[in-house]
Design a protein around this ligand. Structure first.
Ligand code: ADP
Ligand code: MG
Length: 255
């Protein structure tokens, strides 16, 4: 149980692309069971931060610790095995897969990630596969996707596609879930429904690190906010506090 403890720690993290310092000496930590928001203007380095944490790109400098363990130079699959899952800013769903199949992919870690010809399937593998399917059914119910389980994921409404992405991430049994602008481009109803789902996920003990633009979402859902600009940390604190900060109003709210 990570409640009240530090689940993720980022220390002096830096990453440049050519001459651009996308992330610059960034340090912050995430407390277990929190919903921790990362906000900042476009190009501030938020998605780059997620790419660094999940091992999609490697840092120039700095360290990342998850559950006390250094994960800085691990491969993305190793990092997700440790318990960090994510969604992407731009939805990434395979066009030819149903909702069920898409979420089942997330459970492949459970079955050892191997897709063997049926002939070679051991009893153990079949047992695990059966468990994986039951788990997918649970997650689909949980995420409100049961009724659309046999539809092509990429053909669903935008709000439901976001749900599928999150369901796929949940199938990997994360302790920490990273959500990159999950409500961007959604209507108020879809946003509200998704926010309720985040709360529900969080109430299961899953820590959430969320990149958000919607200040209503930040105020309603998050315990802690880290504001970044030009790859650096500008301010950090509970939502009510950071909102009073003049630099935040200027840099983020454009005032
Ligand atoms: P945010 O998510 O906060 O909008 P990003 O992390 O996407 O910001 O980008 C931060 C900066 O890094 C931007 O200037 C962006 O153009 C640059 N950047 C991000 N990823 C790459 C990349 N793979 N190659 C080159 N530049 C990149
Ligand atoms: Mg981004």
């Amino acid at each position: 149980n990570m409640e009240g403890k530090e689940i993720l720690k980022v220390d002096n993290l830096s990453k440049s692309f050519g001459g651009i310092k996308a992330v610059s000496d960034l340090s912050f930590s995430v407390e277990g069971h929190h919903i921790h928001a990362v906000i900042g203007p476009n190009g501030a380095g938020k998605s780059t931060l997620f790419n660094l944490i999940t091992g999609v790109i490697s840092s120039d400098k700095g360290r990342i610790k998850f559950l006390g363990e250094d994960i800085t130079s691990l491969r993305p699959d190793k990092i997700s095995e440790k318990g960090i899952s994510r969604t992407f800013q731009n939805i990434r769903l395979f066009p030819d897969m149903t909702v069920f199949e898409t979420v089942l992919i997330g459970t492949y870690l459970l079955t050892g990630g191997k897709i063997l010809p049926a002939l070679f399937l051991s009893k153990e593998f079949r047992r695990k596969e059966h468990l994986a399917k039951e788990k997918v059914e649970d997650i689909l119910n949980f995420a409100g996707l049961w009724d659309v389980r046999n539809e092509y994921a990429a053909k669903l409404s935008y709000g439901n596609q976001r749900r599928v992405e999150m369901a796929r991430a949940l199938a990997m049994d994360p302790q920490l879930l990273l959500l990159d602008e999950p409500t961007a481009g959604m209507n108020p109803k879809e946003t509200k429904e998704l926010m309720d789902l985040f709360s529900l996920v969080n109430s299961q003990g899953i820590t959430i690190l969320i990149i958000a633009h919607d200040m209503h979402l930040v105020n309603t859902l998050s315990n802690q906010v880290t504001v970044i600009n030009f790859g650096k940390k500008l301010v950090e604190g509970p939502p009510a506090e950071i909102q009073r900060h003049p630099e935040v109003l200027e840099a983020y709210m454009g005032r």
